[in-house]
Design a protein around this ligand. Structure first.
Ligand code: ADP
Ligand code: MG
Length: 286
């Protein structure tokens, strides 16, 4: 009866838009203690919008967009969209370089130009006034990037990515089952904490470089089995490392390949449903 129960269980879940790709995840679900979520595109909509520009607005946007034209990051898309809406002409850039988890850099108008977070600043100093404005924006759950030219900051761009309308319910369903919920992100702590508070996440691990996401999963595995929910290229190692990898159907191909469960409808509430269904299926075949 074992294979039949498995087929019935996974057949029913498939109709609900929950694809269970292998039996291994079924064995792990009963012991899951922690559910870790990626932020961008998983808890949030993943379509960030520019909300504030500090400095000479047109100049800051134009320079930033000229650089971000070569990037595929969601923050780049937001900056380019805003620049196009303002009808600003971009400048050509040379020697473009994306620095994982930090930002982008290139030569524009003969000057080294960058857009990114504080990890990209090196020796460039930031005035107290700018720091204050940055903190204020971050506390409003906005991601803030510096725009710099040569050794000087020319401005800040604040970008907001709202939580999905269902994220809060999804988190509270998991918490009601006694599961611990964690957000794991490359974004800054103030921003991530503000979003975590909005949706009720228990713990935030921020400023994590893409290469370190899997190691963070291992740390949580010291206190029980872990489910990881993500969508991005940078989530693939964490999805494979977790006992139960859950990929959003809207995610990148590599994330979907790395997940043992795929949520076709991209509804975060299906994380709870997927865990419950897997438990029922496993307990029937056991
Ligand atoms: P996440 O875990 O949220 O998907 P990433 O690792 O992709 O985050 O990026 C982490 C941080 O690196 C961003 O919040 C931003 O500060 C900076 N960053 C990365 N790529 C870019 C880019 N193209 N432009 C500006 N900033 C960037
Ligand atoms: Mg993501």
């Amino acid at each position: 009866a074992t294979p039949t129960a498995l087929m019935v269980g996974t057949g029913r879940s498939a109709r609900m838009g929950i694809l269970i790709k292998n039996g291994e995840v079924l064995e792990a679900v009963n012991d899951v203690k922690t559910v870790i979520f990626d932020k961008t595109g998983t808890i949030t909509v993943g379509k960030p919008q520019v909300t504030d520009v500090i400095g000479d607005k047109d100049q800051v946007l134009r320079i930033a967009a000229s650089l971000e034209e070569s990037s595929e990051h969601p923050l780049a898309t937001a900056i380019i969209k805003k620049t196009n809406e303002s009808n600003l002409a971009m400048s050509p850039s040379q020697s473009f370089k994306a620095i994982e988890g930090k930002g982008v850099q290139a030569t524009i108008d003969g000057q080294t130009t960058f857009v990114g977070n504080d990890k990209l600043l090196n020796d460039v100093s930031v005035s107290d006034d700018l720091k204050r404005q940055m903190t204020e924006l971050q506390n409003q759950a906005k991601t803030v990037v510096f725009v710099g030219q040569a050794d000087r900051i020319i401005g800040l761009i604040a970008i907001q990515d709202a939580p999905k309308p269902t994220s809060k319910d999804a988190i509270s369903a998991l918490k009601s089952q006694g599961l611990k919920t964690v957000m794991l992100t490359g974004d800054n702590l103030a921003v991530s904490q503000a979003i975590a508070n909005e949706v009720g996440i228990d713990q935030v691990v921020a400023d994590v470089l893409p290469a370190d996401k899997a190691d963070q999963v291992k740390k949580f595995q010291e206190s029980g089995k872990v489910a990881f929910v993500g969508d991005g290229i940078n989530d693939a190692p964490a999805l494979s490392t977790a006992d139960v990898g859950i990929a959003m159907g809207s995610g990148t191909d590599i994330a979907i390949e790395s997940g043992g469960i795929v949520l076709v409808k991209n509804d975060l509430r299906d994380v709870y449903k997927a865990l419950e269904l897997s438990k029922k299926t496993f307990n029937r075949i056991k």
